[in-house]
Design a protein around this ligand. Structure first.
Ligand SMILES: C[S@@+](CC[C@H](N)C(=O)[O-])C[C@H]1O[C@@H](n2cnc3c(N)ncnc32)[C@H](O)[C@@H]1O
Length: 405
């Protein structure tokens, strides 16, 4: 048998761990990811147990490496480890602490930590380079540079070839899974584009999803792709959402809010349409202090970004003013870029395209026109800047600050 305090003691011994609270439950984080948390059953969970008696006592959720590992762990500890329909497709297991041995809970907490901790010592977070901090470079003499450096260069490069296990876009679905929303919950994908994520939310979680976007072509493409049983799609904007007050359990808004002309109004709309216990998940790109003013001015104009919206402080002020609370702020930085490079080579492809756009400018201008040329250059630089820290991705998980309002 173990207790939640035992789990806290185990978690505290692991490097880089912080304890916090999510939805009122004690949660342990590493690299800003929850790897273990108290997980009482929701009403929907209890309904789904039906005639069966749910496991009693405190329940702990822990992350596992992947779904294969999940099956293996469940098979190895059938008495204390279990899962629920809500965790389907989510790489985490539940543990009945009253039934688990001290050894098994220690292993599970450590494995959860391993599944979320970045590899290597410490938590890799982007740090400004010395010249970016305005410092002078630490230099070698000519002799040293051609003597010492070659001795370590190969090994150093090999170390850099090792992945830092960056998080990819599926992190957003993991966050949604951690909210514990029941199938049938109402989700709005605000700025849904061609509807891919609306369809994924519907398929993965069984939510009733409506995708909203101001571009008619997006709505038409999304409707055709979703078919009859899929999500609904409607023309609308973040500032004027075609949904009644207090009707949504989840707002999903990925890569949209840089474009909206009135950010405070958009967040006020989110608050209006959310149910009191609802959540909003917002992902967007922000400018960093490394983006030079000239680069920012050109990039924002080309990519249709409202400059103020690229400032995290303005975003957080708008969130607070709308009566929303930040439950989690995940600094993704360059991780998705690394992930995309490691899986698809997409960042280096964008870099190559920037080079070709510059060298063969006249030909592309004549073939595609100036607006298309600039859009392509802007899009390529968007990804390149995100890799080198001039742009930085962030996710906010929000809930209603004053649910009674
Ligand atoms: C970069 S795309 C992201 C699409 C989709 N969310 C995704 O992640 O794949 C930006 C989307 O925001 C939409 N958009 C632009 N202005 C908007 C506004 N004021 N309200 C809602 N959506 C908007 C665009 O039409 C476009 O579909």
């Amino acid at each position: 048998m173990a207790t939640i305090d035992d789990v806290a003691g185990l978690a505290r011994q692991l490097p880089g761990v912080t304890e916090g609270e999510r939805h009122g439950n004690r949660t342990w984080f590493v690299a800003r990811q929850a790897f273990a948390w108290e997980r009482p059953f929701t009403k929907a969970d209890l309904r789904r147990f039906g005639e069966q008696t749910p496991p009693a006592g405190p329940i702990l959720a822990v992350r596992v490496e992947d779904l294969g590992e999940k099956e293996a762990v469940l098979g190895a500890h059938p008495d204390a480890f279990f899962t629920i329909p809500h965790f389907d497709g989510f790489s985490a297991v539940l543990i009945q602490l009253e039934e688990v041995s001290a050894q098994a809970v220690r292993e599970a907490v450590t494995d959860g930590w391993l599944a979320c901790a970045p590899s290597g010592p410490g938590e890799p977070v982007s740090q400004p380079l010395s010249h970016e901090r305005g410092g002078r470079p630490v230099t070698w003499s000519l002799e040293q540079a051609y003597d010492t450096y070659p001795r370590i260069e190969e090994e150093f490069s090999a170390a850099l070839d090792e992945s830092l296990r960056p998080r990819g876009p599926d992190l957003l679905f993991d966050l949604v899974a951690s909210l514990g929303l029941a199938p049938g919950s109402v989700a709005l994908d605000v700025g849904c584009g061609e509807g891919r994520q609306a369809v994924a939310l519907h398929r993965r979680f069984g939510f009733r999803v409506t995708g909203i976007d101001p571009v008619r072509r997006h709505i038409e493409v999304a409707r055709a792709a979703a078919g009859q049983d899929g999500p609904a799609f409607e023309v609308g904007t973040a500032g004027s959402i075609p949904a009644g007050a207090g009707t949504a359990d989840l707002i999903w808004c990925r890569d949209v809010l840089v474009h909206v002309p009135d950010l405070p109004r958009a967040y006020a709309e989110f608050r209006r349409v959310l149910r009191p216990a609802g959540h909003a998940l917002v992902y967007q790109m922000f400018g960093s202090e490394l983006l030079e003013p000239g680069e920012a001015a050109w990039l924002w104009a080309t990519m249709g970004v409202v400059p103020a919206n690229a400032d995290p402080a303005r975003t957080e002020a708008a969130i607070a003013a709308a009566g929303l609370r930040i439950d989690e702020r995940l600094e993704i930085g360059s991780e998705w870029g690394e992930w995309a490079e490691e899986h698809h080579g997409s960042a280096s492809r964008k870099l190559l395209h920037v080079s070709r756009l510059r060298r063969n400018r006249a030909v592309y201008l004549e073939r595609y026109g100036q607006a298309a040329y600039e859009m392509m250059l802007g899009d390529c630089l968007w990804h390149v800047y995100a890799m080198i820290g001039k742009l930085s991705r962030r996710v906010y998980l929000l809930s209603c600050d004053r649910p009674d309002l």
